[in-house]
Design a protein around this ligand. Structure first.
Ligand code: GDP
Ligand code: GDP
Length: 444
């Protein structure tokens, strides 16, 4: 379940980490009077009225020493905008409304995300200083919340506002439990045969909607493994035999089926081995970011010895080097050998694709990874990774904030990806790493 992310943004010294500590209820970050001080922890799980969210103190993101305050603030605001669902914009009543506050307000407003403006350091209960009213000038929809992070006054109002603005995930509804499975592969690989085998007697509905815009035949089935909707790209072929012999049509159909799928079964004709056309079709699933299982069919018709499976596997891994994550299974749709095992694989890869890792765990893995293999450096400049958060599923998508995209070489990216896979699995699903460079560029 996805927890909303709430980020605290504001000029140095307005009280971000004090507020952060107040909300999470523990003194996790170091508070000091010097602006820009390093803090040990910048995100934490928080809870209010049984609603859980993740709180980020963007002030804790270590700026580069040569960065100006403006650059730092811009970077922090960008991080908040990029990752948060709701932004707390903190100002300081003692300092009054400053030009920097106005700059941040402009940046935040552009994001279109819900912003909760808070005016901090209003320590005397019932006595709102005149300066508080200056902050109305920033023009946010919501009335500024008067806070004293130090004493905790106003934090209840703030938490209520956070809960109001966050979209909390709904309970799973019926439809979500159906896994859409696209069976893709070149003509004659055995796509229809395996669907017939897998659905067998349990087949519930066959909706033949060929010729409609969907251009594929759906088969819904419910069995002990779960509920599945098979999207058969071959179904159409029986109606347009000639056309489908032409490669581009099968590729086009695969494209459309993959679009609607949660999991793809890439059917390979075991008699032919892996071909160029298979590579193209597999590429469609990979590029669409879909979970994928490589199904080598017609295994009954392949002459085998002890090493055949190994050899075929090696050939597939070489040809489909971009999808090392996809598990391979050898089946026979004709005899039924291992066909039912495909179901548990579908469930596994689907779960992997939907898996969410907490920001805390991710950063533990990231820190471990950086300790084991130092990030690369170039001409005295070392790659510095600030932090990492998962922003999406299907495929699992991670945003990594660092000081230099250029220094984040492909090999180090692959290393981080492998560390994630070693720890969390993610078998069968591609994962996406988005590298964000922060604090370097003015004006982006
Ligand atoms: P940050 O740089 O925005 O994270 O600010 P800090 O949380 O480090 O706070 C900066 C200074 O302001 C510290 O000395 C805090 O004790 C002080 N401070 C924070 N919140 C309040 C408040 O509500 N009232 C008062 N009087 N001081 C506060
Ligand atoms: P599609 O075009 O991918 O849907 O392939 P079909 O399911 O129509 O199968 C194409 C041909 O391969 C048919 O003649 C099937 O009988 C045959 N076939 C499918 N699966 C197997 C299998 O596991 N073993 C063998 N020997 N033949 C198979």
């Amino acid at each position: 379940m996805a927890k909303p992310i709430v980020a605290i943004v504001g000029r140095p010294n307005v009280g971000k980490s004090t507020l952060f500590n107040k909300i999470i209820g523990e003194r996790r970050s170091i508070v000091e009077d010097t602006p820009g001080v390093t803090r040990d922890r910048i995100y934490a799980d928080a809870e209010w009225n049984n609603r859980k969210f993740i709180l980020i103190d963007t002030g804790g993101i270590e700026p580069k020493s040569e960065d100006t305050i403006l650059k730092q603030m811009r970077m922090q605001a960008e991080i908040a905008v990029a990752t948060a669902d709701v932004i707390i914009f903190l100002c300081d009543v003692r300092a009054g409304l400053l030009a920097d506050d106005k700059d941040i307000a402009v940046m935040l407003k552009k994001s279109g995300k819900p912003i909760i403006l808070c005016v901090n350091k209003i320590d005397r209960i019932g006595e709102v200083p005149y300066e508080y009213y200056e902050f109305f000038e920033l023009g946010f929809e919501r009335e500024p919340i008067a806070l004293s992070s130090l004493h905790g006054t106003g934090s209840g109002d703030l938490l209520d506002a956070i809960i109001e603005e966050c979209d909390f995930p709904e309970e799973d509804d019926e439809d979500d439990s159906v896994i859409n499975v696209a069976v893709i592969g070149k003509p004659n690989a055995g796509k229809s045969s395996i669907i017939n085998r897998m659905c067998g007697e349990e087949r519930m509905i066959v909706s033949d909607i060929a010729g409609t815009t969907r251009d594929a035949v759906d088969t819904l089935v419910e069995n002990v493994y779960g509920k599945y909707n098979f999207i058969d790209t071959a179904g159409i072929r029986r109606k347009a035999k000639v056309e489908d012999r032409i490669e581009k049509f099968s590729v086009l159909r695969a494209n459309m089926a993959v679009e609607r799928a949660d999991v793809c079964l890439l059917m390979i004709d075991g008699k032919d081995g892996i071909t160029e056309q298979d590579e193209k079709i597999a590429g469609i699933a990979h590029e669409a970011g879909k979970a994928c299982i490589i199904v080598v069919n017609k295994w009954d018709a392949v002459e085998k010895d002890n090493s055949t499976t190994k050899e075929v596997t090696a050939k597939i891994r070489t040809a489909l080097a971009y999808m090392p994550y996809a598990p391979i299974i050898f089946v026979s749709a004709m005899t039924g050998q291992r066909v039912m095992n495909v179901y548990s694989m579908i469930n596994d890869v689907h779960n992997a694709a939907c898996h969410r890792v907490s920001t805390g765990m991710l950063n533990d893995v990231l820190n471990d990874a950086m300790t084991r293999v130092q990030p690369p450096s170039d001409r005295g400049k070392r790659l510095k990774i600030y932090y990492m958060t998962q922003t999406g599923v299907c495929p699992p998508t991670f945003v990594i904030f660092c000081n230099s995209e250029e220094l984040f070489h492909f090999s180090y990216r692959r290393y981080i990806e492998n560390c994630l896979r070693d720890t969390f699995g993610f078998e069968g699903t591609p994962i996406k790493l988005v590298i964000r460079q922060k604090g370097d560029k003015e004006g982006d």
